[in-house]
Design a protein around this ligand. Structure first.
Ligand code: FCB
Length: 436
């Protein structure tokens, strides 16, 4: 199960930190998501100033340091970098450069994501994911960003949650580009995989020391009625498609899975197997599935508080033990693993400390079983704009005042810092090295 256990950063074998994404914290970024909000397509209103991080990045870097982190994951806004097709804005890149410099001064490893759901306004017309122009455009964007940051940034994640984007953007049509068309899914998925490979190649060409990863959203699934053969069947199917499909793609260079009711995604790109240096797991919760369903995605699904830990503010079940299983599953990639997102919406901070403790324990159990776990990134440093749910869910270790944008630590920051010290100080069972 262990596979390649050596993490690509020799001087930093373990990462502990937080994650944000550009659109959710920066504010004032005209792109396909802001157009989506203007058209009234979100439940939770408009992003507007978000957390104001475009201007407050120095303060945010200082907060990241205050949490005891040695890593910070953030994403780059493609719409700021390439506001018009083929026209790049270097002043936007300079701002990211300043953030990177500041993090490095604070001894924090920047982890840069290139695609976290949003696109420039021109993208869906000029280079849609249904065409190979998308692959070329994304690789060019990746190359441009690496030219600007590649001498300092070592850790790159071209794509965040490609399957979530595929399902929500092209299957359910809930997020931009808002298409619900089973017929184009195989092509879009293939282009996302190709774009990942092309971006990885563009980064490596310019930066030989780059470590490349991906963030894969994994869920735990359980049958709603344990005694029901059909519920157990859809549960197995959901796990097979949603969790394992992408893992297999990276492990073997091939994919073959069904999206219900009848869309088969099947393809092959041999270069996938060589494209990664580490694999990121985004893990949040568990869905209880019932068949037959009225929902289109994976039958009918519910969250419920089976473990008695209480539901999060956005109604998600808290299932720390399942993180261990997700990591075991992801270890089939035979790559070093990091938890690239894990977090809880908990405005009152009532549940967060236990959430952090329990997930850290699960991480430790996975490591004790020989799973090469090299990092944990909490979602999120700050309260932010949670996509369709707007500013409702509060994931932040730091609370953000919606009027003044002032940041205030929640008490659980102390727990996060203490767990980080232990994680970074431990002798890793997987690597046999002591990290700092
Ligand atoms: C993940 C997304 C991230 C955030 C969290 C709560 O799926 O990657 O942007 O919204 O969920």
């Amino acid at each position: 199960m262990t596979g390649e256990s050596r993490f690509p950063l020799a001087d930093r074998p373990r990462l502990w930190g937080t994650a944000v994404s550009h659109y959710q914290v920066e504010g004032g970024d005209p792109c396909d998501w802001s157009a989506w909000e203007d058209a009234g397509r979100t439940r939770g209103g408009a992003c507007g100033r978000a957390a104001g991080s475009w201007d407050r990045y120095e303060e945010d870097a200082a907060l990241a340091a205050e949490t005891g982190s040695n890593a910070f994951r953030f994403s780059i806004s493609w719409s700021r970098i390439e506001p018009q097709h083929g026209r790049f804005d270097d002043t936007a890149l300079e701002r990211y450069r300043r953030l990177v410099d500041r993090l490095i001064e604070l001894d924090i490893e920047p982890i840069v994501t290139l695609f976290h759901y949003t696109h420039p306004l021109w993208f869906h017309e000029r280079a849609p994911w249904t065409t190979s122009a998308s692959v070329e455009a994304f690789a060019r964007f990746a190359g441009h960003v690496t030219d600007a940051l590649g001498d300092r940034v070592r850790v790159w994640m071209p794509l965040n949650e490609p399957l979530v984007f595929l399902l929500a953007g092209w299957f359910d049509g809930q997020i931009p580009p808002g298409i619900a068309d089973g017929k184009v899914l195989p092509r879009v998925f293939d282009h996302l995989m190709a774009a990942h490979c092309a971006a990885a190649a563009a980064i490596r060409e310019r930066s030989a020391h780059a470590a490349i990863g991906i963030a894969h959203n994994m869920m735990s699934f359980a049958p709603e009625r344990r005694g029901s053969f059909l519920d157990r069947f859809v549960t197995r199917m959901a796990h097979r498609c949603y969790n394992r499909g992408l893992i297999e793609a990276f492990a073997t260079g091939r994919w073959d899975f069904l999206l219900p009711p009848t869309t088969r995604l099947r393809g092959r790109r041999d270069e996938l197997t060589r494209s990664l240096d580490f694999f990121g797991v985004n893990f949040y919760s568990r869905l209880h599935l019932r068949c037959p369903g009225r929902e289109r995605l994976i039958g009918e699904f519910h969250y419920r508080d089976e473990s008695g830990r209480g539901l999060t503010d956005n109604g998600w079940e808290i299932v720390p033990d399942e993180l261990e299983d997700a990591l075991v599953e992801a270890s089939h990639t035979r790559l070093p693993l990091i938890v690239s997102e894990n977090g809880i919406a908990d405005a009152s901070d009532r549940l967060r400390a236990a959430f952090l403790e329990d997930h850290a324990a699960s991480l430790r159990r996975a490591a004790d079983r020989g799973v090469p776990v090299h990092g944990y990134l909490y979602w999120s440093l700050l309260d932010n704009f949670e996509w369709l749910d707007g500013f409702g869910p509060k994931f932040g270790l730091y609370e953000v005042d919606r009027q003044t944008l002032e940041r205030r630590p929640r008490p659980s920051v102390d727990v996060f810092r203490r767990l980080g010290e232990a994680f970074l100080g431990e002798v890793s069972a997987a690597t046999g090295t002591t990290s700092q």
